[in-house]
Design a protein around this ligand. Structure first.
Ligand code: HEM
Length: 296
């Protein structure tokens, strides 16, 4: 049996950093993978700080052939809906997702990781996330209601045993900026029709519109994913850091296409939030990381 990276399901931490790096000309793929794997496997999560490492799918498979779920690719093409609504492709080579109880410890661990990686990579994008009103996102709605339970999740959203990349997951990281003025101008009843659930307690609407976010991403139709979204930003620029993973890329990609209106109505939420980034990473199992680190 393979073991997932523990940080994937370690919910409850208040401070998150999503550090996305690009490989520099100083390093080949093997060196980047083995260095990041060595950092991840040396990291001690019993300190209360969690670290999840993910790789651009092609970078990982170049180093560890046969250890990537079939069909996993980078986010290299924007997803463009029939009306021109577009989700940008901003793929990077490596993600380090650090989560801690306090921002100071988060800062120290994140800085330590960047230091250890040194000049073989360059920090290309960085977002710091935090929980909003415990389990809500900045729309004010509860986010994560339809996540699989902790008991079910590993069986549903990790690559199954005996499959290429077993114990790993495909991670989508996508930063969405909210239009605060437009959203807060909507009465709550209209907001509920955009999401497809009630605002105080996240009950599914009986007459959920086909444009609602919950309808456009319905897991009974597209497959199971696990979401760990956080709020990010400042008063002038803020929104949702979408952080979701699955046993394969298929459900995630199908949901994005659906939200853009490529298989029906466009998601009403996309009229109030704009995607600014989008990258897919493969998050290998802990066992595969150990093997990659040893290879160094
Ligand atoms: C601005 C960005 C986003 C916000 C604010 C947001 C917020 C929400 C909220 C409030 C819910 C309802 C409660 C729940 O079940 O969690 C929800 C459901 C969901 N969202 Fe999002 N979401 C965003 C982007 C995305 C993206 C990009 C995806 C997929 C790639 C996605 C996938 C889902 C799924 C699978 C559900 C549950 C659907 C179901 O099975 O009922 N969301 N989201």
């Amino acid at each position: 049996m393979t073991h997932a990276q523990v940080g994937l399901f370690a919910v409850g931490t208040a401070a998150h950093a999503y550090l996305e790096f690009d490989r520099t000309s100083l390093a080949d793929a093997d060196r980047v993978v083995s260095a990041a794997a060595a950092i991840a496997t040396a990291h001690d999560s019993t300190t209360g700080v969690n670290l999840v490492i993910g790789f651009r799918p092609e970078l990982w498979s170049a180093t560890r052939p046969g250890a990537l779920p079939a069909g996993t690719t980078s986010f290299t093409e924007p997803i463009v809906g029939p009306d021109g609504f577009s989700m940008p492709a901003t793929q990077h080579d490596l993600v380090a997702w650090v989560a801690a109880a306090e921002r100071d410890r988060l800062f120290d661990v994140a800085a330590g990781i960047a230091d250890k990686l040194g000049t073989i990579v360059a920090l290309a994008d960085e977002t710091h996330g935090w929980p909003y009103q415990h389990h809500r996102d900045l729309t004010g709605f509860i986010d994560g209601t339809e996540n699989p339970t902790a008991a079910e999740a590993p069986g549903l959203v990790l690559v199954a045993d005996q499959m290429p990349g077993s114990g790993g997951a495909v991670l989508l990281v996508q930063r969405w900026e909210h239009n605060y003025a437009a959203w807060t101008a909507l009465p709550d009843a209209e907001q509920e029709r955009v999401i497809g659930r009630t605002k105080p307690d996240s009950v599914e609407l009986n007459d959920r519109p086909s444009t609602s976010h919950a309808a456009r991403t319905d897991q009974d139709e597209y497959g199971k994913i696990f979401r760990r979204n956080t709020a990010y930003g400042t008063l002038s620029h803020h929104g949702t850091m979408f952080v979701g993973f699955s046993a394969s890329q298929r459900p995630l990609q199908a949901m994005l296409r659906s939200m853009a209106g490529l298989d029906g109505d466009r998601d009403a939420l996309t009229r109030y939030a704009t995607p600014l980034t989008g990258s897919y990473y493969f998050v290998p199992s802990y066992d595969d990381l150990v093997a990659a680190a040893d290879q160094a």
